[in-house]
Design a binder for this molecule. Structure first.
Ligand code: NAD
Length: 536
């Protein structure tokens, strides 16, 4: 391990190193004035429950493109978390009493406040997470879209009336808020994942504590400041949108807290499984959005221009750090060589566009951490050891920051443990298939079940693909990449991806409890199924 990588690892692990107190943070560089415009400072408070106050350890937030500290954040300790839970619960009563359309109006204003800070927040996501600016701005736009969706929902939240078999009775379903919910989010969507949960939960009448990734704390603080500004203007307690920056310890405290009715967890499958078990132990509710191992099937009749265009973004975009990134290309033998060769040409066209994600000419940014860099290096080495051929890339780029070459691997068996594992980096395995049936089998044989896509011009194959013997994923696309979902549909995956659904469609049901209500206005007791019990 080079000395520089070793030192960065040290800093990441929050191990105190001798550091010159006059070390320049990126926030002091005039290039990054947007940080100040978002209310950020050299040292920031990472806990909000109506007031900003934190007593936990100091976290340094790094720019992955530079490996330099942007600014510092004081995280939560156990007591800070406790204060957030108490304040949020106390604030719930008045929030739940507001009619849903009034809650929707607050969410509408949050959408507008986000619009005002769209550029700055996008720039912060780009600097702190490392995705390119258009994608970072797109992520904020996604939160704005969810606010629009939630606003509509606030006026259309349904309840059903069923015909009762008993005369003079009404049978209906009533939905009520859950109360306090916890949102634990991953580093790679530091704005959108919170938005998906928060906007919908708010109109449903819930209050929340957000535990963001401890490598994107500045984005969480900036978002919370925007939400706070709207709540303050409307005299609503800030604790309804509480924030607790912290690591695994704070996450575990939240997961075990039986005041938290729903834990919405987005992150790796390994951690998500522990979270699911812990929440189940106390009969809480969980919504798990975990890892993916997404495939595109290329039929022999696929429009290859379309496919190549989609695959470049799906496999190499975001430096492979989307849960929906394409990690496997299952290519029909008739077009296998042609697809691999054209994909290599397409990759060659983007290597000169790897760089600072804030620059307009950049198409691919860095990996997020030195740990991710190591995982990439290890996976490439293992692929070679197992007989794989590196068709393109395979190397760490020697420059400031955590950059790697997007990588294409051929020659590994479809069921090799490496191919079945989600390495969160831009590595795609190309695998030959004899027919669509085999492609579907390979698509479904991994433990994850998030996203999938079929490229074909054959209508019959489309229906096979979306039918009972087709893709077993939560997202089943045709002629588009595996990544880049819209907010209107429910988002999530099956199997080891956790089974949760967020955002559109009927995902709001996760954030509410259902009561089946029977009201008797007949003046007489009638039992269902016409049961007679004693004298009438
Ligand atoms: P991660 O699992 O390392 O961390 C996710 C969050 O969990 C962080 O906030 C972390 O601090 C917290 N955490 C860690 N240990 C915990 C514990 N024991 N209890 C409670 N919380 C704990 O994931 P990551 O590296 O930040 O994100 C990448 C992963 O997230 C990938 O696997 C990716 O596929 C997945 N992801 C999934 C979706 C989806 O919608 N399915 C979306 C984004 C990312």
């Amino acid at each position: 391990m080079s000395r520089i990588v070793f030192e960065r690892l040290f800093l990441r692990l929050n191990v105190p190193m001798a550091r010159n107190s006059s070390t320049a943070f990126l926030i002091e560089d005039p290039k990054y004035t947007f940080l100040r415009e978002l209310g950020l400072d050299k040292k920031n408070v990472g806990v909000f429950n109506g007031n900003w106050k934190a007593n936990g350890q100091i976290i340094q937030s790094f720019s992955p493109a530079h490996g330099k500290v942007i600014a510092e954040v004081q995280a939560a300790n156990a007591n800070d978390y406790e204060e957030c839970a108490v304040a949020a619960q106390a604030a719930w009563h008045s929030w739940a009493e507001l009619p849903p359309p009034a809650r929707g109006e607050i969410v509408r204003q949050i959408g507008d406040a986000l619009r005002e800070k769209l550029q700055q927040l996008g720039q912060l996501v780009s600097l702190e997470m490392g995705k390119i600016l258009p994608e970072a701005i797109g992520e904020v736009v996604e939160y704005i879209h969810v606010c629009d969706l939630a606003l509509g929902l606030s006026r259309t939240l349904p309840g059903t009336i069923f015909p009762s078999e008993r005369p003079g009775h009404v049978l209906l379903e009533k939905w009520n808020p859950l109360g306090l919910i916890g949102i634990i989010s991953a580093f790679n969507f530091p704005v959108a994942v919170y938005g998906w949960n928060s906007a919908i939960a708010m109109v449903c009448g819930d209050v929340s504590i957000w535990k963001p990734s401890d490598t994107t704390p500045l984005t969480a603080i900036a978002v919370t400041k925007i939400v706070e500004s709207v709540l303050r203007k409307n005299n609503i307690p800030g604790a309804i949108a509480s924030l607790c920056v912290g690591g695994k310890d704070i996450g575990q405290q939240l997961v075990k807290d039986d005041r938290v009715k729903l834990v919405s967890f987005t992150g790796s499958t390994a951690v998500g499984q522990q979270v699911g078990v812990e929440v189940q132990k106390r009969f809480g509710r969980h919504l798990l959005e975990l890892g993916g191992n997404n495939a595109i099937i290329v039929n022999s009749d696929a429009n290859l221009d379309l496919l190549l265009n989609a695959a470049l973004f799906a496999c190499a975009g975001t430096a492979g750090q989307r849960c929906t990134t394409t990690r496997r290309l299952l290519i029909h033998k008739q077009v296998f060589s042609q697809v691999v060769s054209r994909l290599k040409t397409a990759y060659a066209g983007v290597v000169s566009k790897i760089g600072d994600p804030l620059l307009s000419e950049t198409l691919i940014g860095p990996l997020h951490t030195p740990t991710a860099l190591e995982a990439y290096k290890k996976t490439v080495a293992e692929a070679i050891k197992q007989g794989g051929k590196i068709e393109f890339g395979g190397k760490i780029i020697e420059r400031e920051g955590y950059f790697v070459e997007p990588t294409i691997v051929t020659g590994l068996p479809h069921d090799s443990p490496l191919v079945k594992n989600e390495c969160f980096a831009p590595i795609v395995y190309c695998i030959e298939i004899p027919d669509l049936e085999t492609g579907i089998k390979y698509n479904n044989e991994v433990e994850q079940g998030l996203s999938s896509s079929l490229f074909t011009e054959n209508l019959g194959d489309v229906f096979k693909w979306i039918g009972p013997h087709g893709s077993d994923c939560g997202i089943v696309n045709v002629n588009i990449p595996t990544n880049g979902a819209e907010v209107g549909g429910a988002f999530g995956g099956e199997k080891a991806t956790g089974g949760g659904r967020e955002c559109g469609s009927d995902s709001w049901k996760n954030y509410m409890r259902r009561s089946t209500v029977t009201i008797n206005y007949s003046g007489a007791i009638k039992l269902a199924q016409n049961i007679k019990f004693g004298d009438d």
